[in-house]
Ligand binder design. Structure first.
Ligand SMILES: [Zn+2]
Length: 291
């Protein structure tokens, strides 16, 4: 289990999957053989699998324990979710809930669920199937969703050309939470409490957030899908596929990297491989990961 401290806050990675999934050049067409060789020494085995020639991506949540509160950040794909378009994450049956309990939180103990954005791999555990109905997994939690994302995906989901949006996850994992009266639709920037701020970093999705943590001067940033792979720290221009606005995604990435480097924040991304969290340093016009 990967456990990190930001001052008195504890952040624990709750793994759902950690797999070799995509050929690198399918994801990053800018990746030349020369660049690949230049980075070969650190890519394998945590960020690239030489046997399958695929990059490795983790799908995980972060459990933030702070001041007696248990906050779940991002909800992975979830179990029993039919995603035939995403074979790696189709009809999963992982012990994610057991891992969450081992990290110190049973579902009833989660106070708050915060989604960086509303893509299918960040909302899955929001709900569980009970008696044929999708119901909130965390009965005592408020759920923080991006209002901009909610409006965007609601519109897509009501369009016959696009529905059901996000492989059905909007209907299964977001709408039932709103209908149960448990969701707070938030527009950033927004201060959640004395330790946590919600900031916009759109582009991967329109209302994508990152969460800024300041615990008595100790700083962390939970960055969702602002970047997916450490190669993008060296090459912030490289987008991961699937963005609502590719130009905005690049601007947001540089802005988040600049803040991380200037503030010395520990960065907690949504999909980067082991060791899963670390620091970003500025190098002239670019950046370097210290993970
Ligand atoms: Zn994601």
């Amino acid at each position: 289990m990967s456990v990190f401290k930001v001052g008195k806050a504890t952040l624990t990675r709750i793994e759902e999957t950690y797999l070799a999934v995509y050929p690198p050049k399918d994801i990053f067409p800018e990746l030349t053989d020369a660049l690949f060789n230049e980075h070969g020494h650190w890519l394998a085995p945590n960020h690239y699998d030489p046997e399958t020639n695929k990059i490795k991506l983790s799908v995980h949540s972060w459990l933030l324990q702070l001041d007696g509160h248990k906050i779940l950040i991002d909800g992975c794909c979830g179990n029993q979710k039919s995603r035939p378009q995403r074979p790696f994450w189709n009809m999963l049956n992982t012990p994610w809930l057991d891992r969450l309990a081992a990290a110190g939180a049973r579902p009833g103990e989660i106070d708050l669920v915060m989604c960086t954005h509303l893509h299918h791999d960040h909302v899955g555990w929001n709900t569980q199937l009970r008696d044929g109905k999708w119901v909130p997994t965390f009965p005592n939690a408020r759920y923080v969703f991006s209002k901009l994302d909610f409006d965007y995906f609601q519109k897509l989901d009501s369009d016959p050309a696009n529905e059901p949006t996000e492989f059905g996850s909007f209907r299964e994992c977001v709408v039932p939470v709103v209908e149960a009266g448990r969701a707070d639709l938030v527009t950033g920037p927004h201060r959640l409490n004395e330790f946590i701020e919600i900031l916009p970093a759109g582009g991967h999705s329109p209302g994508h957030f990152y969460f800024r943590l300041n615990v008595d001067g100790n700083r962390g940033m939970i960055t969702g899908d602002v970047f997916h792979h450490l190669l993008q720290v060296f090459y912030p221009y490289w987008n991961f596929p699937k963005n609502s606005d590719a130009v905005e995604a690049r601007v947001s990435r540089r802005r988040v990297f600049d803040e991380a480097a200037a503030s010395g924040s520990m960065v907690f991304p949504g999909h980067v491989g082991a060791p899963f969290a670390g620091y970003i340093e500025k190098t002239g016009s670019s950046y370097r990961p210290r993970f």
